[in-house]
Design a protein around this ligand. Structure first.
Ligand SMILES: Nc1ncnc2c1ncn2[C@@H]1O[C@H](COP(=O)(O)OP(=O)(O)OP(=O)(O)O)[C@@H](O)[C@H]1O
Length: 313
């Protein structure tokens, strides 16, 4: 096997570089055929991954070291090319690491590396695909596509001047909770129309809509407990803003990983979902922001090979 390591040294406020140093030290002491490349700027992981098929000598597996955003870009790059699918593997080095949770990859770099080196067959995972007819834009999501509450928190947190400092001092969760409380009181309701399995449902006062590819969001919150990354299906959870008390209850259920059992929540599950949202809202796609806008989404599924043995349950 010939591996290409793609590293975002800045992910997780510098964790990417620290993880790579550990991995590099180990690889250099073994008989392993590998190359490596650093991503230098936002968007670079996508470009580097898109060139994988043309590399000579050919590579058998692209190993990404970074956070969920870097992994998302690498998958997008691989899926953009017509070349035969190059299997991917992942060593988490971000702050949230939700994909690693969803696929069961260790957050200990050398254990995650062994999951790759000991692997013997490709594992097929589901990748969520979206087409926004409104913005004439298409893309993928590995973790989730959120609109409303969670996306407004991502926006507030990403633009917080204290983010770097809090992450550096392992206080990122506090920043997230603080922003969540603020958004809870300021985020207005919006209209959502969902079409699923031939039926349309209208929510005049939706508060959040999260489509998930595996159970986790926001650094380990369980938002879709029945969702599995190896099943060709997506889960959309919609929460309504009925009144302050029920909304507060729903958000507490969200924070404690029980949102799907809240009476304000509605769950839709299928390999194809469409929904429209008005007026303009914040969105988040695997933690990155597509901007505040009106959405008209069609979600579908496709599969992709991962070269990594998941940890035992
Ligand atoms: N050399 C670089 N300098 C700055 N940004 C980069 C570089 N390489 C990649 N990026 C961009 O950094 C963004 C965020 O990366 P990523 O999500 O992996 O890290 P993170 O935000 O620290 O982790 P998490 O998403 O878990 O919080 C990605 O959009 C990626 O394109």
């Amino acid at each position: 096997m010939r591996y290409l390591f793609l590293i975002n040294p800045h992910s997780g406020s510098g964790k990417g570089m620290a993880v790579w140093q550990k991995i590099h030290h180990y690889l250099a002491s073994q008989q392993i055929d590998y190359r490596y490349v650093f991503s230098m700027y936002p968007g670079h992981p996508r470009e580097l991954a898109a060139q994988c098929g043309q590399r000579r000598p050919a590579i058998d597996c692209l190993v990404v070291i970074g956070g969920d955003g870097t992994l998302h870009e690498a998958f997008s790059g691989l899926l953009m090319t017509e070349a035969p699918s190059c299997p991917i593997a992942y060593i988490p080095a971000g702050t949230g690491n939700d994909f690693a949770r969803g696929y069961r990859i260790s957050t200990k770099p050398l254990v995650a590396l062994q999951q790759i080196l000991n692997n013997r067959q490709p594992h097929s995972i589901n990748v969520g695909c979206y087409r926004d007819q409104n913005a004439e834009e298409a893309g993928i999501f590995l973790n989730n596509f959120g609109i409303g509450f969670d996306a407004a928190i991502v926006h507030a947190t990403n633009h917080s001047r204290a983010k770097e400092w809090l992450n550096h001092h392992h206080l990122g969760t506090f920043s997230y909770i603080f922003k969540a409380v603020h958004v809870l009181f300021t985020q207005p309701a919006f209209e959502l129309r969902v079409a699923c399995q031939g039926k349309e449902k209208v929510f005049p006062r939706a508060f959040l809509a999260i489509a998930s590819n595996h159970p986790y969001i926001g650094g380990g919150i369980c938002v879709a407990p029945d969702q599995r990354i190896d099943v060709r299906q997506l889960e959309l959870v919609v929460v309504e803003k009925r009144g302050w008390l029920s909304l507060l209850g729903a958000m507490l259920a969200f924070a404690s990983g029980r949102i799907t059992s809240s009476s304000s929540a509605h769950v839709f599950r299928d390999s194809q979902l469409s929904y429209r949202i008005r007026p303009a809202q914040y969105g988040q796609i695997d933690g990155e922001e597509p901007g505040r806008r009106v959405f008209s989404l069609e979600l579908t599924c496709r599969d992709y090979p991962v070269w990594q043995e998941p940890l035992a349950k």
